[in-house]
Design a protein around this ligand. Sequence first.
Ligand SMILES: Cc1cc2nc3c(=O)[nH]c(=O)nc-3n(C[C@H](O)[C@H](O)[C@H](O)COP(=O)(O)OP(=O)(O)OC[C@H]3O[C@@H](n4cnc5c(N)ncnc54)[C@H](O)[C@@H]3O)c2cc1C
Length: 497
Amino acid sequence: MKKVIIIGGGVAGFAAGTYLQFNGYQTEIIEKNVVAGGACIGWERSGCYIDGCIHWLSGVKNGSDLNKIWLDVNAINKDTVIFKQDDLFKFKFGDKSFILYSDLDKFQKELIAFAPEDEKEIRRFAKLVKKFQKVNPPCFKPVELMNLFDLLKVAFTLGGVYPLVSKTSKISPEDYANRFKNEALRQSMCDFMAPHYNLMSMLYMLGHISADDAGIPEGGSLGVVKRMEERYLSLGGKIRKGISVKKVVIDNDVAKGVLLTNDEVLYSDWVVSTTPVEHCLVDLLENKYHDKKFDMRLANEKIYPIYTYTAVAIKCPNTVKDTSLSIKIELDEPIVLDKEYKYLSFRNYGYDKTVKGADNYCVIQVSLHGDDNMYYYWKNIKNSGNYKEEKSRIGELFLSLAKQVYPDVADDLKVIDVVTPCTYERYLNSRHGSFQGFVHTKKGKSLMQNGRIKGLKNFILAGQYIVQSGGLPSAVMSGRFSAQRICHDDKKKFIEP
Ligand SMILES: Cc1cc2nc3c(=O)[nH]c(=O)nc-3n(C[C@H](O)[C@H](O)[C@H](O)COP(=O)(O)OP(=O)(O)OC[C@H]3O[C@@H](n4cnc5c(N)ncnc54)[C@H](O)[C@@H]3O)c2cc1C
């Protein structure tokens, strides 16, 4: 039986391991943290569960290729409750507010009532979102392994919408927002996604939510990875946690295994890396191998920025009156970090009554979304020795703003954690504290890297960074693709679970 070492026990690592175990390989995952899950994680503070990932999991509706993959790896199963809240976002501008509904008719009605002067453009926008309900990336097989029949299937499913995907990829939400006369509507469109994402990314997200294909699985992000880990172990997969890979062992340009931080060497027939790509190329492969697609991205953070955030978790009595899923407020005074932030987001996790602490409390996360510059801001603070103090300042600042948003429970709100890009850098070995792939900007090229590193044999790259924009679908898809690539090279027919 051939052995595969998989570096990283996140969503991509478990997907790779599950499909490989199913195809007759003996796999071992090496995960640096003591709890597996990578960026898809949740943790406890002050008796409460803090969810560290899933805002939206797409592919939850039966029938799509992506849904089949989630079921194969047991991220969700037929009994998993999926939360879908109709009021997605409440935008507050002083005393004015509107709600973005997931139901497209309600969505359109609410926006027209808020900005009647933009009725025509709002109807156009809703039509555009509707078209994106049918946009599904082909994820049953990597393109290079597709036969004519597969390619025809892709052409058939994507053919009609491809020109729209391509066109909206080259437009930013800011460009598009100029069509609207209402200032608040324009602002909310610009600030809906994290900085620099193109219009296509926004339409894809709204399309899938409005098509009922995106939701939040019960038990949160930790629930998802625990189910995946169980499935992987049940197939005979092995995992070592709390130890890192120092480098990939290479002999004559063939990967032979990995060297761990305790200096142990593990040999294998194949090595799959699901770690953040920069860490893999620079540290694990010691900068000896290059890939044009990544070199270009890593050298240009203006066109290929990453997505970071600063968040404060607040313990809140679950009697709080405003149970809106997400609230975004326009601030009276901007918050100054690497730049002036004019809006602040609040997300209430009280919808899931199965998680720790839910009998009495819910967790509200207050967050600002940024790019590489937010990372530099926090990194400089960390290097200057003032990290703890600055985290504490931000915690108190966000708390005071939370008290204004939730006045009925103001006296009972308490900061229980503060997360910065440095947290993700340390926890995941990720570039600039990013937790998704490269942002798909209007000027950037789309990415679907083929998992191969030129000149290096028996080594496969997987993980969210090899697919455009990253995210959970990209991660799980890349894990499946790595198994298909290995089966292909070993001349084995890939068997579906
Ligand atoms: C706050 C937040 C919100 C998010 N919201 C969403 C969302 O709503 N929808 C969505 O689709 N996605 C979301 N994501 C993104 C999603 O979490 C990621 O896309 C996904 O989890 C990435 O999985 P991965 O396996 O590719 O990478 P990772 O999770 O980064 O896994 C790589 C693993 O490798 C390990 N590792 C790194 N270096 C080494 C080493 N040298 N040796 C051993 N192990 C190593 C890491 O510890 C990690 O566990 C969110 C993420 C965050 C943090």
